[in-house]
Design a protein around this ligand. Structure first.
Ligand code: PSU
Ligand code: MN
Length: 307
C-alpha cells in the first residue's frame, strides 16, 4: 500500500531529467548539517552541485522538509540544511517520525539511498559511509548504511570509511550482505582522509565506464542491492594515516568519557576530529567529496548512455 506521490517531492529539473533518462546524481544532507561547519557548508553545497553539472549530470540533494521527502533542493532549502537549526539526523528508522511530525531532517547515506531508489536515481555521491564501529562486536553499533547497501539498488561513491570505524569488520559485513566493493583505480579500501587503510579489495575498477558496466550487470540480473565504489582522496589532499590514528584515538576516548552512544556517536566523533585537526581536515573533506561527485556523475552518464 505504498503511496509515494503523497510524500515524495521531486524538484522539476530532476523530474524532467529522470523522465528523459538523463543522468542524475543523488547527494546527501547529513554531510551539510552535521558534517561541516556553517557557512563553509553553504559554499560546499553549491560547489558539489556544480561539479555534478560540470560532469554532465543533474544534482539531487536529499532532505526531509515540512513533512516531505525532498529530492533536489532549491537555494532556500539548502540554506535550511546548512544553517542546521533544529535539523535532525535522519536514518531509515527515523523517516516516518519526521514525516509525521513535520520536523526538518538531514538524510544519512541510508536515507539518501532509499529516497534515491524511490525517485529512480541509481548513483549517489557522498564523503564517507557509516559502518561497523570499533568494538561493534560488543556494542552492536553497526550503521544502518550497511543494511541499506545490502537491500537498496543504488551505487554509492565514497572515499571509503573514516578510521573512527572498524574498517575490517565493515568490509566483512558488506561481503556477507552481498555488496560489491569496487576500488576506483585502487585495490585498497581508502580511509576517507587517507588514500590507504591497509585493507585490500578484491576488485579494482579502471574507471566510470567499468563501474557502470558492473552496475548494469548486477541490476539487469535482478541482483538487488547497492554497490560501494571507493574512490580515494586526491593525492595532494590526503592526510597521514598514523597522525589521523592518534587524532581518532583521542576522539574515541572523549566519546567514552562523555558516554556518547547511538545515533550521536558518529556526529560526536566527526566534530571532535574536526576540532583536533582544524582547517586541514575540512579542506580535505571538501575536496574528497567534490572528487566523488565528479566520479559519480561520470558513472551516471555512462549508465544513461548505455541504458
Ligand atoms: N562519516 C563521515 N561523514 C559523515 C557521516 C559519516 O565521515 O557525514 C554521516 C553520513 O551521513 C552517514 C552517517 O550516513 O554519518 C552514519 O551515521 P550512523 O553511524 O549513525 O549510521
Ligand atoms: Mn550507530
Amino acid at each position: 500500500m505504498t503511496n509515494l506521490a503523497k510524500y515524495l517531492d521531486i524538484k522539476p529539473e530532476v523530474k524532467e531529467a529522470l523522465d528523459a533518462g538523463r543522468p542524475v546524481v543523488a547527494l546527501e544532507s547529513t554531510i551539510l548539517s552535521h558534517g561541516m561547519p556553517y557557512p563553509e557548508n553553504l559554499g560546499f553545497a553549491a560547489r558539489v552541485e556544480q561539479v555534478v553539472r560540470d560532469n554532465g549530470a543533474v544534482p539531487a540533494t536529499m532532505a526531509i522538509i515540512g513533512g516531505k521527502l525532498k529530492v533536489g533542493l532549491g537555494e532556500e532549502d539548502l540554506k535550511v540544511m546548512c544553517e542546521a537549526h533544529g535539523v535532525g539526523k535522519v536514518s531509515r528508522r527515523d523517516v516516518p517520525v519526521y514525516i509525521a511530525n513535520g520536523h526538518n531532517g538531514a538524510t544519512t547515506v541510508a536515507t539518501t539511498m532509499l529516497m534515491a531508489d524511490m525517485a529512480g536515481i541509481r548513483v549517489f555521491a557522498t564523503g564517507g559511509i557509516g559502518g561497523v564501529h570499533r568494538h561493534g562486536e560488543v556494542t552492536m553499533d553497526v550503521s544502518a548504511d550497511l543494511q541499506e547497501l545490502a537491500h537498496t539498488s543504488v551505487a554509492v561513491v565514497c572515499a571509503g570509511a573514516k578510521q573512527i570505524l572498524d574498517i575490517g569488520r565493515t568490509l566483512e559485513y558488506l561481503e556477507t550482505m552481498g555488496v560489491p566493493v569496487l576500488g576506483m583505480g585502487t585495490d585498497e579500501f581508502p580511509a576517507f582522509y587517507c588514500r590507504r587503510s591497509g585493507h585490500k579489495l578484491d576488485y579494482a575498477c579502471s574507471g566510470p565506464a567499468e563501474a557502470a558496466a558492473i552496475l548494469r550487470a548486477k541490476w539487469e540480473l535482478g541482483l538487488t542491492g547497492g554497490v560501494l565504489i571507493a574512490n580515494p582522496i586526491p593525492e595532494q589532499y590526503g592526510l597521514d594515516f598514523d597522525k589521523m590514528e592518534g587524532v581518532i584515538q583521542t576522539a574515541l576516548d572523549a566519546a567514552d568519557a562523555a558516554g556518547v552512544h547511538g545515533k550521536d556517536i558518529t556526529p560526536f566523533l566527526l566534530a571532535k576530529v574536526k576540532d583536533l585537526t582544524g582547517g586541514e581536515s575540512l579542506a580535505s573533506n571538501i575536496e574528497l567529496a567534490l572528487n566523488n561527485a565528479a566520479c559519480a556523475a561520470q558513472i551516471a552518464v555512462s549508465l544513461a548512455n548505455n541504458a
